[in-house]
Design a protein around this ligand. Structure first.
Ligand code: ADP
Ligand code: MG
Length: 601
């Protein structure tokens, strides 16, 4: 029996139109979803040149009849819905009947397909929407679609494709979205004849392990289970223990077997973690929602990753409570890491009592009673200073002057000033404009950032050899990303080589990394680059320098010797823009003499 029919125009128009195929990854999504809708239990994805030359999906699903396979490539041809009403009871991934029509309009397509009840299969070739041939063929039950030379007839589109590395990363991300929610289907991903992923049938947990834990059981031991069943929704999944939060968090929501983005529900999860996470680190989570399809509308976005729910506030509360309960049940207490920017705010003691109760000891200060940091009669060689500093001027003038006359900040040479280190976090020193407070970690990170950028642009890096090379294990998309940036990493001092299909060996590191964990630093960096979506060389170079600078800068709480503090300040003030980090955060602030005076009235 043939099962495909055309949707009436009225229905077709109710379905949000949109660009279905933007890149190889959208093609992968549509084809694999079709295979799933056809009940396949084994799906292979085979790409060449990141899908640019060809993208093939082979499944063992229902197959199509000789007539259906031709119909399948017509616009609005679908076997999945017949009326608009059906939209509200969707259990299949596809429904618009647009994907194959869109694909065959912009590529050369070959399909072999056979149903179990047919003796022979059929082989159809189409290019630019024209059927070129159809003939019987011998083939296994299921469907084998090969999409060649995507956008061959739309040169502009083809030109807009990114590098193979970027497109391959997009393909893998799309692949993850699907395989994580279909653990009962076996998947294989092959790129240029190399098997990048082979995922056996298993549980959701095993699937997550196979994809992100490189098959290692310890990966999912970092998670706790979440489960709640209510009348409106069932939620289950896994959330990372707070201490395993990192910059490289994997965060996934799925609803009724479909990946979705949902910033609002994301907020619910983050709220559950409130107070447990160190600063900028994120928990990983994999959350699966099951909901009556009538309560969601998947038809609001052409790529269908944003999904609207009825009663989102209620679901927010349910999700928040479920995650909180799981985190509480496992008696998870926060663990903090002091090493990275912004992770924690150092507590500021309030009065004498809290000094003692908090166990602070008052620092012992040595001072020279004859030393007057504010005297202005030494080193009057500073050009133009008198015009800038005019006590009658208002503050904003002074501030402007500072921006433009950075070189005239100090009465003394910096080598003569001994900064006072406050709370292991700030360096305090006198300047011509008032009491200067320097954030030591940001200052150092900024100095290092500029140093790394210089190394990358001059293509000169110094590397410190490791006694024992380290092995950096990566997921396939990380492998692709790393190979893109490997050269730039060498400029900042990493000595690295591909070691196996999913690992690099690190035999040298930037001297500034010293005994810090170079694997963590590299993971952080990959995550940083991925987060910012840096595709252009300039952008990812910035991210490399920035991430490494954050990881190698002196941490908060570190006591500096006078020499170290002075050296840091000297390096900082040599930079033309030392007042703010490249992300616009304040490095240096000045409490003006006026402001100080005003407090003594
Ligand atoms: P939709 O998935 O929205 O129905 P498509 O253009 O993706 O639209 O596919 C059109 C039709 O072709 C589907 O409804 C289905 O009947 C058939 N089809 C597509 N791919 C497969 C496949 N791998 N196995 C069996 N049937 C398929
Ligand atoms: Mg489809």
């Amino acid at each position: 029996m043939d099962i495909i029919h055309l949707l009436p125009d009225s229905v077709a128009n109710q379905i949000a139109a949109g660009e279905v195929i933007q890149r190889p990854a959208s093609c992968l999504k549509e084809l694999v979803e079709n295979s799933l809708d056809a009940g396949a239990t084994n799906i292979q994805v085979i790409v060449r040149d990141a899908g640019r030359t060809s993208l093939q999906v082979i499944d063992n699903g229902s197959g199509m009849s000789e007539t259906d396979v031709r119909m399948a490539f017509e616009r609005h041809a679908t076997s999945k819905i017949a009326s608009a009403q059906d939209l509200f009871a969707l259990r299949t991934m596809g429904f618009r009947g647009e994907a194959l029509a869109s694909i065959c309009a912009v590529a050369q397509v070959e399909v072999q397909t056979r149903r179990a009840e047919d003796e022979v299969g059929t082989l159809l070739t189409i290019a630019g929407s024209h059927i070129e041939s159809q003939e019987p063929c011998q083939c296994p039950v299921g469907t084998n679609i090969k999409v060649k030379n995507l956008f061959f007839n739309v040169p502009v589109r083809r030109k807009f494709l990114k590098t193979d590395q970027t497109e391959l990363r997009n393909l893998l991300n799309e692949f993850y979205h699907i395989v994580l929610v279909y653990p009962k289907v076996q998947f294989t991903f092959v790129s240029n004849d190399e098997i990048l992923m082979e995922l056996p049938i298993g549980t959701e947990k095993q699937r997550i392990e196979a994809v992100f834990g490189k098959g290692n059981k310890t990966y999912t031991s970092q998670f706790v289970d979440v489960r709640t069943d209510t009348e409106i929704i069932s939620i289950h999944g896994f959330v990372g223990k707070p201490e395993t939060a990192n910059k490289n968090a994997q965060q996934y929501f799925f609803v009724n077997g479909r990946y979705m983005r949902h910033p609002y529900f994301h907020k619910a999860i983050m709220t559950a973690y409130a107070g447990m996470l160190p600063g900028e680190l994120n928990p990983s989570y994999y959350i699966y929602f099951d909901v009556n399809p009538e309560l969601i509308d998947v038809n609001i976005h052409p790529t269908k990753t944003e999904i609207k729910f009825q009663d989102e506030q209620m679901i927010f509360q349910i999700l928040l409570a479920a995650v909180r309960e799981s985190l509480g049940k496992f008696n998870i207490t926060p663990s903090l890491d002091f090493n990275r920017e912004g992770e924690i705010e150092m507590p500021v003691p309030q009065g004498k009592e809290s000094h003692q109760t908090a166990g602070f000891t008052t620092p012992h200060v040595v001072f020279d009673p004859n030393y007057n940091p504010f005297s202005r009669n030494t080193k009057q060689n500073v050009k133009g200073w008198e015009q800038i500093y005019n006590p009658a001027d208002n503050n904003s003038n002074i501030r402007q002057a500072v921006e433009h006359e950075d070189s005239v900040l100090f009465d003394y040479s910096l080598a003569e000033i001994i900064p006072y280190q406050y709370q292991g976090k700030y360096l305090i020193l006198p300047s011509r404009l008032g009491l200067m407070i320097v954030n030591q970690h940001r200052a150092h990170a900024h100095v290092l950032y500029n140093q790394y950028i210089a190394q990358i642009t001059t293509e000169k890096g110094v590397s410190q050899q490791l006694l024992f090379p380290e092995v950096l294990d990566l997921t396939p998309d990380e492998m692709v990303l790393l190979s893109t940036i490997a050269e730039d990493l060498r400029f900042v001092g990493f000595d690295l080589e591909q070691f196996s299909q999913n690992a690099y060996s690190i035999s040298g590191i930037p001297a500034t990394l010293e005994n810090k964990n170079c694997l963590t630093a590299l993971h952080n960096m990959l995550h940083f680059i991925r987060e910012t979506g840096s595709n252009a060389k300039d952008e990812w170079r910035k991210q490399i320098a920035l991430s490494l600078a954050q990881d190698t800068a002196i941490p908060y709480g570190k006591k500096l010797t006078d020499e170290e503090a002075q050296k840091l300040l000297q390096q900082l003030f040599e930079l033309s823009n030392y007042r703010r980090t490249i992300n616009g955060k304040t490095i240096v602030t000045i409490l003006s003499d006026d402001e100080i005076q005003r407090r003594f009235t």
